[in-house]
Design a protein around this ligand. Sequence first.
Ligand SMILES: [Fe+2]
Length: 296
Amino acid sequence: MTASALADERLDALLTTVLAQVRGDDPRSNELLSALIRHLHAFVREARPTQEEWLTALDFLVRTGHTCNEHRNEFILLADMLGLTSAVDDVNFVATADATPSSVEGPFHSPAPARANGAWISTGPERARAQVMVVRGRVTDTDGHPLAGATVDVWQADDAGRYDSQDPAQELGNLRGLFTTGDGGVYWFRSVVPSSYPVPADGPAGELLRAMGRHPMRPAHIHYRVEAAGFRPFTTHVFDAGDPYLDSDAAFAVKPELVVDPVQDQDAAHAMKFDVPSPFADFVFDVRLVRQEVSA
Ligand SMILES: [Fe+2]
């Protein structure tokens, strides 16, 4: 028997022994831990790390923990960069052909000021320099019936890719808004076109990106949280079709249905109707919510 085959035989026996020790009181916890153990052992069997490589991996996790603080969760970033946050989102979304797909929330949500439909969410210095955008759409059920009274919570970065919490030049609440849909399920607001931005790459997650030869950029987007009575709470974000990073989002959150191609509207009459300078970007995004299942 070769040394490799002998090692595999020992690995089989070892895995069986370890799995037999998983016998807690909570069946779901046992299921999760058993799956985790099986996959980690499969990784060792496939990749056959050296002792030095294994200690490097453990040190990486220790440093990831040390990078976390009240304002930064490096483990979430790591999960984003490995596509795991999107994978968890995918397995939890109730997929129906007519529903708008969900997507990851990201780390920048905070309570938004309530604003009336049509309000500007851009109240900072970016409004004087960035391209103006009208964002509008309807919230409906999956059959297209409008949902009046739904809340639409939006947040976005500015034209330099910065959120209010990252930029001393912006007041908290800038580029955020909490809207309530009116008749016809309609919401709308005025803003500026956001920019793509890099995720923090100065910690272990950044090391990982560089080791893989990847960039840290996320394509420009607007985040949405939408809620309506009787429907599943919904989180997604919507991307600009013209962004150069659309095919290589560092967080793997892009889905085809979430890409919007804003119309560059040159019509001065339209600009007057929305009370914005001409030309402006007209960004239309409808949300179709899934009805909440009522348990018997
Ligand atoms: Fe974001």
